[in-house]
Design a protein around this ligand. Structure first.
Ligand code: FAD
Length: 461
């Protein structure tokens, strides 16, 4: 058994890399110790979006009256909601298995990989074997991080993996961490009836987003009676038979049925054998150059284990880059400033490029244009009037350098921003474009051109 490229881990980094390598004619070994699809398909992107979709259906039912439809009676079948999410994951696992099978030059090994040398990998599973390989791509991803003094017992104190298997709605829950994972689960539990409190150490929730997005989110959480405590950490927790006492650094005490730790991810960078080959680390992450190459020429690392940006689409992009570099193609290092970032729920929150805060701290002269969904015909027709599109424009070049959307379909709309920022489009470029009416995308166009904002047209057209 000898391969051109062996990939350890079949998440959105590993399996996408395997497919690209096969397309370029390489023989590939793809080794996975758990389920094909990695965190994203099995414990992350997909199951949480399936849960959020159920929650969205619930919201549609609750607000049906506003559309002239009276639904007098409905009930939430929580088991069916969890089952649906699991079925979707299974369906996609099967699809991925078939897709990988369709490439004759990919061999999938089910088992745990360990590194024997820079050109040999051992796989231990149902059968143990050794693989000779010209190149290795480490795509081992990440796992739920814990918090120093807090023991995740997976019953009272749970992580995001456990949340997917709860099969119930806790009466009350404290969610530690106000980033994407904490926010998505807050929205799920709160819509399903839990009394939710978010605790965030930093001074605002969604700290990676533009501050206007954090502010809107905070307002919406207040409306939904989700309590948000920012600028404070957890001192300790005390477990009781059926609940948990959470003591904050400011000595405030809360009690809840469950605590969800959503405090980030830790890289799976210390697996068996890796210490024998002298890989260099950047803190706990595997250190790579712009081509995802480690300090050992024929060993690459991509995705969450490198930690440039822990997102599925980044892992996939880095995997393709690494494979193409191995195969001698001309490639450019990743431009991380162009990566879109989305937080799901209702409304969706999505960003690309620089935030207003970053423009300020980098002393960039900028203009900010905001267009509110409340003034968009399609949004009004669909009762989706919460939200805005905010564009940041370089005042000197007039190029669009940041786009931040809070509102329905933001996760899809943001790609217009990706194209605008990547291509260095300026306001004048949009004057020549026609956007269909009525569409939510018109908000993007309007935020740039400000056509229907009183007093603004003259200066901008
Ligand atoms: P992973 O997906 O973690 O895959 C690594 C794989 O390697 C795993 O399957 C693991 O079993 C395997 N492995 C590890 N060690 C070994 C070994 N020694 N031998 C064999 N196999 C091994 N990102 C988004 O872009 N959008 C989202 O909406 C989103 N939502 C998320 C929601 C949650 C709750 C979580 C936890 C994450 C979410 N993410 C999201 C992040 C996303 O899941 C990760 O960024 C992405 O999965 C990273 O891909 P990866 O290939 O680097 O690693």
């Amino acid at each position: 058994m000898s391969y051109d490229i062996s990939i350890i881990g079949a998440g959105p980094g590993g399996y996408v890399g395997a497919i690209r390598a096969a397309q370029l004619g390489a023989s590939v070994a793809l080794i996975e110790k758990d389920f094909l699809g990695g965190t994203c398909l099995n414990k992350g992107c997909i199951p949480t979006k399936a849960m959020l979709s159920s929650v969205h259906s619930l919201e549609v039912v609750k607000h049906a009256k506003g559309h002239g439809i009276n639904i007098s009676d409905y009930e939430i079948d929580i088991h069916a909601i969890y089952d649906r999410q699991k079925k979707i994951v299974k369906q996609m696992q099967k699809g991925l298995e078939q897709l990988l099978k369709s490439y004759v030059n990919i061999t999938v090994y089910k088992g745990e990989a360990s590194i024997v040398s820079a050109s040999k990998i051992a796989v231990s599973g149902e059968t143990c074997l050794e693989i000779d390989t010209k190149n290795i791509i480490i795509a081992t991803g990440s796992s739920c991080a814990s918090l120093g003094n807090i023991d995740t017992d997976h019953t009272l104190v749970i992580n995001s993996d456990d949340a997917l298997n709860l099969n119930m709605v806790p009466e009350s829950i404290v969610i530690i961490g106000g980033g994407a994972i904490g926010i998505e689960w807050s929205r799920i539990f709160s819509a399903l009836g839990s009394d939710v409190t978010i605790v965030e150490m930093l001074d605002r929730i969604a700290p990676a987003c533009d501050e206007d997005i954090s502010k809107l989110l905070l307002r919406l959480f207040k409306k939904d009676k989700v309590k948000v405590k920012t600028g404070v950490g957890v001192k300790y927790i005390e477990k009781m038979p059926d609940s948990v006492k959470v003591v904050l650094n400011n000595d405030e005490v809360m009690e809840a049925n469950k605590v969800l730790l959503a405090v980030g991810r830790k890289p799976n960078s210390l697996f068996k054998g890796i210490d024998t080959i002298g890989i260099e680390y950047n803190s706990r992450y595997i250190k790579v150059n712009g081509y995802m190459q480690t300090n050992i020429n024929n060993i690459y690392a991509i995705g969450d284990v490198v930690g440039n940006l822990p997102l599925a689409h980044v892992a996939s992009h880095e995997a393709i880059l690494a494979v193409e570099h191995i195969m001698g193609r001309d490639v450019e290092p990743v431009d991380y400033s162009l990566v879109p970032f989305v937080i799901y729920g209702h409304p969706e929150l999505a960003s690309v490029g620089i935030t207003e805060e970053k423009a300020k701290s980098d002393n960039i002269k900028y203009e900010v244009n905001t267009f509110h969904y409340a003034a968009n015909g399609k949004a009004i027709a669909e009762s989706e009037t919460i939200g805005f599109v905010k564009t940041i424009i370089d005042a000197n070049t007039k190029k669009i350098i940041g786009v931040h959307i809070a509102g329905a379909n933001a996760s899809d709309m943001i790609h217009q921003g990706v194209i605008a920022v990547k291509q260095g489009l300026a306001k004048t470029d949009f004057k020549e474009m026609i956007f269909a009416h009525p569409t939510l995308s018109e908000s993007f166009y309007e935020s740039i051109l400000q056509l229907h904002v009183p007093g603004k047209q003259k200066s901008l057209r």
